[in-house]
Design a protein. Sequence first.
Length: 214
Amino acid sequence: MNNALILVGAGPGMGIALADLFGQHGYRVGLINRQPDKVAEQVAQLTAKGIEVYSAAADASQPEALAQAITALQAKLGPVSALIYNAAAMKAQDILAETAETLTQDFRLNVAGALQSVQLLHADLKATQGVVLLTGGVFGVTPYPSYGSLSIGKAGIRNLAQQLHERLKDDGIYAGTLTIGGSVSPDSPTHSPAQLAELFWQMAQDRTAAEVQH
């Protein structure tokens, strides 16, 4: 059976940890990042571990670019059985400093790109009885005005995950979000990227909860 993962938001922390773990479990991996040089570094790291990996550069807030990247990776990976959306506009800015334009732009990256990714991969995920995993955060449960736009984005991801969980289950697709309640750091005893990746992997195996909080 072909196991293939597309990871949107392939950063140096959670992104590489997720790609590494799924790759070690036999998944072929497709990475999407808006910075080509960064994703090239991750491809090299994963390839050195024997993982079959491909990449495409795209800003997930731009629908046309995201669609092109996903289509290009599908052509290399074959039917996709796992989607992880890990992209977000990680900025500290007071909610009163936001404008309609900045809030909307952030929302495209924080939430709308996740929905578009699911829509583009729906047929593959249905055919493979696959999984959709969304990276959430504590701001989605307890919003902070100093992270105003991100708080709205994580609340949106949490809501989207719950909707997708219900909407996709009849298609045999599992969807869920991991709501991360602490600062992600390689040195954290509870919230290192490797530990959180393991939780995502367990969610994909259990296929039960719309949300896991940690």
